[in-house]
Design a protein around this ligand. Sequence first.
Ligand SMILES: Cc1ncc(COP(=O)(O)O)c(C=O)c1O
Ligand SMILES: [Zn+2]
Length: 410
Amino acid sequence: MSLDFGPATGLSCRECGARYPLGPSFACLECFGPLEAAYSFGAVSRADIEAGPANIWRYRSLLPVPEDVADKPNMNPGWTPLVKAGNLGRKLGVKSLYVKDDSANPTHSFKDRVVAIAVEAARNFGFHTLSCSSTGNLAGAVTAAAARAGLDACVFIPAGLEAAKIAMARVFGGRLIGIEGSYDEVNRFCSELIGDPMGDKWGFVNVNLRPYYAEGSKTLAYEIAEQLGWRLPEQIVIPVASGSQLTKIDKGFKELVALGLVEDTPYKIYGAQALGCSPVSGAYKAGHDVVQPVRPDTIAKSLAIGNPADGPYVLDIARRTGGAVEDVTDAEIVAAIRLLASTEGVFAETAGGVTVGVLKKLVETGQLDPDAETVVLNTGDGLKTLDAIADGAAPTAVIRPSLDAFRATV
Ligand SMILES: Cc1ncc(COP(=O)(O)O)c(C=O)c1O
Ligand SMILES: [Zn+2]
């Protein structure tokens, strides 16, 4: 089998630096640390990137994908709007604020980015079935991408997810298996399945394909910098479930600096969690390096990972860059969804309520500089978590079609 991962030359252990050949492996044999893609980048210019397609493949020379990736059947996510959020900024007292609206992806969450890379890895390794453990959004992104790529899908979710996420994951075909338990139990089950003949020929996007999949989140960093006119933002607020996305946005910013595509200016990274699943913000506030697993209980089900694989790296990055990790209650999440919608016309799922709610709290507690340029991520679509604002899903009044009746209500 001849592999083509473009500029990626191997896998390296994030803990001990041990090198491995490109393969469907994810843990270091020396120290059990996580493996990630290692590269040998050629020269890349802003002009090369700008001449590329209006999707993540404009950054293909920085991703573990073949050169002709754009010609293959894939969902082609990315290049989502960076919305100048003047109204929200004024409400929160933040001078220069942007919302990176990643609900504007093919299946309405940022997960399309990571899955797009995993599809290319699955093709490379000759896997015919695409799988994952999901908190909801990933399941839909995987079943859709599998349909487009002509692969089979079998995805696993906690049985108690939002109806819209279940419907979305099913409509694309493939098998959707609800597991009685939390996401962490689903994930453990998938790790077992990989070791069993039933699943050992499958590409689990966030398990045995994780070193490739995770790289997709770097494209958020690239896009934000390019959309700002090839600059890094001064502050960025990112939701944290496993913590993968946050660590890869940091990696993306560092690569842009190393490649001379942006100036080396300081940035602060802030992690955002729901209080009902806040193992990382809990550790941050307690000054701990170790993340104690929790049992999630929050309306932000997409972020409900109680034992986050990348939690310690999130702590490192928040502390190193001068950011923080903060959390908000379910009531604050709902209020933030309404605030973002009513100020900017962006309808976020609960994960977006978490980031906007945390942004508000960071300003109020003096942890974030209101005069510094700030980007807040919305990673998913509010139509997937309608229950969160169910009491706003009814008309403000129901009247007879008469002017008198209308006069009486206003
Ligand atoms: C909408 C949404 N935002 C953010 C995340 C967090 O991703 P990560 O696990 O990379 O921290 C998820 C993860 O499932 C998600 O569904
Ligand atoms: Zn190692």
